[in-house]
Design a protein around this ligand. Structure first.
Ligand code: TA6
Length: 294
């Protein structure tokens, strides 16, 4: 995303401005360490470019910025559920309008905090009170933390994902390690499988890796870098690429879009709405992902 060309709508500081693309307001971060963009629609990180490097995040060139549809690419915040276990798919957080709560900056980088609470619309879909905050820390690395607070008088349960679309040179040439061996294969009726230590992609995958290591590494010979993904608060890592047939089936992705993206997701996976992470009234939970390149 060409952030510099978007005209400033609101100046907040030397490092943080608000810009707009079609119907979506975007927090633009420009700092010596990195530039980044975060849409208020969905609290969706759209771009993270460390100084002197290429974007670590992939964004679809034909996703609509209509302020209604989920954005294709970036880091969708899937909450209060992950996947198609209820409607809308991946939860309502990614299609909700978040508020910019705070921004701070120093020589190390910029922190942007977005906030979402229950509303008439969310209560009609999911009958619980909550407060979620997304902390986006932009510096030598990108750290995204979803803070989930139960502000209701009753307990509730959620699943979630920080559904990162990594930007790669050629998906057929990348190698991935650190995701662990065991995975649930969504393309084989959720069969439990054992994979190799190194993953090379030759076709679509949709896998829930149940025992990932602390760091997942995606080595990219085309962009001549390795992307490192470190997750916390998750119970698995979901790895996904739709390949050509999947790209063609999605109107918001170019037909060859699959070639330059690979999703490595910090996920709390659950088979149904009543399973996942339970929070008692007043309790808080943190799900995070940190992404860097070397
Ligand atoms: O995380 C993988 C996945 O759940 C896949 O099953 C695939 O459908 C993908 O997310 C994208 O989902 P979306 O609702 O954004 O089309």
């Amino acid at each position: 995303m060409d952030l510099l060309s978007l005209p400033t709508l609101t100046y907040l500081s030397d490092n943080v401005t608000i810009v707009e693309k079609d119907e979506v307001k975007i927090v633009r971060v420009i700092h010596d360490k990195a530039t980044a963009a975060i849409a208020l629609h969905g609290a969706h990180v759209l771009s993270y470019i460390p100084a002197g490097k290429e974007d670590l995040i992939w964004m679809s060139s034909n996703t609509p910025f209509d302020g209604k549809a989920a954005l294709r690419g970036g880091i969708p915040v899937c909450w209060p559920w992950f996947g198609k276990i209820a409607e809308p798919g991946h939860g309502f957080a990614r299609i909700s309008q978040w508020k910019l709560a705070e921004h701070r900056e120093n020589e190390q980088g910029v922190v942007v905090v977005l906030e979402l609470e229950e509303s008439e619309e969310t209560l009609a879909i999911w009958p619980y009170k909550f407060k979620t905050r997304l902390f986006v820390e932009v510096g030598d690395e990108l750290k995204v933390t979803l803070e989930v607070n139960n502000t209701d008088e009753k307990a509730w349960t959620f699943s979630s994902a920080l559904h990162t679309y990594l930007n790669v040179g050629d998906v057929a040439q990348i190698t991935t390690t650190g995701m662990g061996a065991e995975y649930i294969d969504k393309l084989q009726d959720s069969k439990i499988c054992q994979g190799d230590e190194t993953l090379v992609l030759t076709d679509t995958i949709d896998r829930v890796y149940t025992m990932p290591e602390s760091k997942i590494t995606v080595t990219d010979p085309v962009l001549k870098r390795a992307l490192l993904v470190e997750n916390s608060g998750h119970n698995c890592a979901v790895l996904w690429n739709p390949w050509s047939q999947g790209s063609k089936a999605m109107a918001d992705m170019p037909d060859d879009g699959y070639k330059t993206m690979f999703c490595v997701e910090s996920t709390i996976h659950a088979p149904c709405l009543s399973a996942g992470q339970t929070l008692q009234p007043g309790e808080q939970y943190l799900l995070a992902t940190t992404i860097s390149a070397n």
